[in-house]
Design a protein around this ligand. Structure first.
Ligand SMILES: *Cc1c(COP(=O)(O)O)cnc(C)c1O
Length: 716
């Protein structure tokens, strides 16, 4: 008791409160718990103190309070309204933290420990890269809202995720910004002597020491291991430098620290995890540590494995090969050799767990294979991905038919309070009845959506689009200035983008299977689209992996489109896609496009975020959309493109690009501009309502967490 950093966070709050005017003390409490970021009025409160500095701090409220000019803080302290709101929000936070846990499935003293290499909690905590991290963040937030006993375990990266800057030729340059944990809403967990609590494990033949940061995500603590310790040499400190560092042995060292170090850190803090949720293969070494722990107290290997399995739940997130890493024996020995040596006779058996053919020493160690073998429950992240994963991993289960492969699915969902923009939230608050967000997974909550006047729905949509356009103009001007683009092209952005134009959004990691380039496969159709009688505009965003030159070339190719007539004023490529960019795009776009090569999109979650804001999805029927969209429905919620697996990918690309443009020209554009006498596109609004209802009732994190509780987390 008292070793898990809760008191350390309280001390950080007190220290921050001592540095700001007394009246603002409640802000210190709010700043150290990310709950503010999904509480209505929370972001506005901090922004109200100093909007420019808040933006400069990447909306990190601790930095804001540390760095704001004293005069600004004095002014805020004299602002009765602001002080009152701060007090209210702090009281609401305290009440939330004091509520009893929901321990129906997960006991309060043995929480779910959720291990993941990345967490997308908020823009100010740069320890995520994309969909996997944002999903992990959404799960923690939802577990907090539902009061489930839960802790997160990850890594504190000194430089976090890379940022993207394009040069005037459209070539992507990558750079990193130090994340400076001292100024984050994060606190070092202290140990017995009052110094930082540490764990030690042998990696690459050396003892590596890691300290642990605690970040409060509502009721849920997130523990982040950090190798930036004076005991470690520079190479070992680099282990937690960057997310998914390029060098293979360093990356393997990251996975060792996350999995093995993560379990050791929980033990050191006195946290007894009832369920260890290994979220994606990166964290799968946790299972080795669980086995080691049990085997060294006398259980035989077989018993230790069974016991470890009975506590472990595994989720696989992608069928793409690069996302299912494997390592050769010499690589594994180089990083984990000393640890295996400590385990003695079990080494071969442990290694076998990670091989497709356990007895073949030539077989590489697969992180996903290890996760699947050493867990009691394994799941994919959409219904279709479940089918794909069962077929993909069938060789692990000789004798089992594909249908009998023990991999189920829990379809992803997104955290509604994080991703639904305020105007849409207000609209639904007015019409769905009080407390509708208490259970958005209940379809009855959504029945009343049909009663909302079309005019109001449409006004909300137009307002969200107008907000996007205002933001986009500024951002596009800044991006173009920074690239030193010709002044005519810079100036085009000032007046560019039309608040009334049909706005298409397409934001993706630039990975080959996401097929960003399908958009420009038919250049004449792009040109026709942008210069037709009805105004249409396109917003793009996405980063290529730093080592992926092929993806960078694709991006550059896309970028060359800017010389096409009208593109300068009708197409925006927003640099450095992150959670803030995503929030603007998913709330402001009318249509959200996704053209992955089936069946490689395991789920996709940005389309759910867009759906929560009344955008319509136009997507290949793959991942979540194959589950959400019913082509036969009388009340379609968007548009789907055939998602059958291609026999000949090249031909199929052509077919899908054509289908995409056909849909745009024949259905999407006409429907959007078909207005009644009040200027409302009633057919469009009908689809919006159908989409809001489907996404809201089936694709929120509320439904997802409920599914995890009903399935994988259940122990009886
Ligand atoms: C939601 C999100 C993603 C995931 O989007 P996909 O639909 O899976 O491509 C990626 N990056 C950011 C910043 C997000 O917010």
């Amino acid at each position: 008791v008292g070793r898990d950093g809760a008191e350390d966070v309280a001390r950080s709050v007190a220290e921050l409160a001592a540095r700001i005017p007394d009246q603002l003390a409640p802000l210190a409490r709010l700043a150290f718990n990310y709950r503010w970021s999904w509480t209505p009025g929370g972001p506005e409160l901090f922004r109200g103190i100093d909007p420019d500095r808040f933006a400069l701090c990447r909306e990190n409220p601790v930095r804001l309070l540390l760095e704001a000019h004293p005069g600004r803080l004095q002014e805020a302290a004299r602002d009765g309204g602001l002080v009152h709101r701060a007090g209210q929000l702090a009281a609401a936070l305290d009440a939330e933290l004091a509520r009893p846990p929901d321990d129906e499935v997960v006991a309060a003293d043995s929480p779910v420990a959720f291990l993941c290499a990345e967490f997308g909690i908020h823009e100010s905590l740069p320890i995520y890269s994309g969909g996997l991290g944002v999903l992990a963040g959404d799960i923690l937030k939802e577990a907090s809202d539902r009061r489930i006993p839960f802790v997160g375990v990850g890594l504190m990266y000194a430089n976090g995720q890379f940022h993207q800057r394009l040069d005037p030729y459209g070539w992507q340059h990558d750079y990193w910004i130090p994340s400076d944990p001292e100024r984050l809403p994060a606190t070092l967990v202290t140990g017995d002597g009052g110094g930082p609590l540490t764990v030690t494990l042998p990696i690459r033949g050396r003892d590596v020491v890691a300290q642990v940061w605690r970040v409060a995500v509502g009721r849920v603590p997130l523990f982040l291991l950090d190798a930036n310790r004076p005991e470690n040499g520079i190479l070992d400190r680099w282990i937690t430098s960057r997310l998914y560092v390029g060098d293979r042995t360093t990356r393997l060292a990251q996975y060792a620290l996350l999995g093995i170090g993560g379990i050791r850190a929980l033990r050191a803090m006195g946290i007894d995890a009832g369920v260890v949720h290994v979220n994606e293969g990166h964290a799968a070494f946790a299972t080795l540590e669980l086995i080691r722990e049990l085997a060294t107290v006398g259980d035989g290997f077989g018993e230790a494995l069974e016991e470890a399995r009975s506590r472990t739940v595994f989720t696989t997130h992608t069928p793409v090969a690069a996302g299912n890493e494997s390592y050769q024996l010499d690589e594994v020995d180089g990083v984990l050799g000393k640890l295996f040596a400590e385990m003695g006779a079990e080494r071969e058996q442990l290694l076998g767990l990670g091989r497709i053919r356990p007895d073949d020493p030539g077989d590489a160690l697969g992180m996903t294979v290890l996760g699947l073998r050493a867990s009691r429950s394994a799941n994919a992240v959409s219904r279709r991905h479940g089918e794909v994963a069962r077929s993909m991993w069938q060789p692990l289960y000789p004798g089992a038919s594909e249908a009998d492969v023990p991999i189920g699915h829990v379809t992803n969902g997104v955290h509604l309070p994080t991703w639904m923009a305020t105007p849409m939230r207000r609209l639904l608050d007015r019409h769905l009845g009080r407390d509708w967000t208490e259970n958005p997974g209940d379809p009855r909550a959504w029945e009343r959506i049909d009663d909302i006047p079309d005019q109001e729905v449409w006004e909300t949509r137009c307002r969200l689009r107008a907000e996007l356009v205002a933001w986009l103009r500024e951002r596009a001007v800044m991006d173009r200035l920074a690239r030193e683009e010709p002044s005519s092209y810079v100036e085009a952005a000032i007046e560019a983008f039309d608040p009334d134009a049909l706005t298409l959004g397409f934001a993706r990691r630039v990975a080959a299977y996401k097929r960003l380039d399908l958009l420009i496969r038919e250049p004449e159709r792009v040109a026709a689209l942008l210069s037709g009688p009805e105004p249409v505009q396109v917003v793009l965003a996405g980063k290529a992996h730093p080592q992926d030159d092929e993806a960078k070339r694709r991006l550059q190719h896309l970028f060359e489109m800017k010389w096409t007539p009208r593109v300068g004023s009708r197409v925006a490529y927003v640099e450095d896609y992150d959670m803030t960019v995503a929030a603007h795009l998913v709330s402001g776009c009318d249509v959200w496009i996704n053209l992955p090569r089936p069946p490689l999109e395991a789920s996709g979650t940005s389309g759910m975020k867009a759906g929560l804001n009344g955008a319509l999805n136009l997507s290949i029927l793959d991942g979540w959309w194959a589950e959400a969209f019913d082509p036969q429905s009388e009340r379609p919620s968007g548009w789907g493109i055939d998602g059958s697996e291609p026999a000949d990918p090249e031909r199929e690309d052509q077919r899908d690009a054509a289908a995409f443009y056909d849909l745009l020209e024949r259905e999407v554009i006409p429907l959007f501009f078909d207005r009644d006498e009040h200027g409302v596109p009633t057919g469009w609004v009908q689809r919006m309502k159908a989409s809001l209802r489907t996404v809201g009732s089936q694709f929120t994190a509320t439904r997802m967490v409920r599914d995890y509780l009903a399935g994988p987390y259940r122990t009886d």
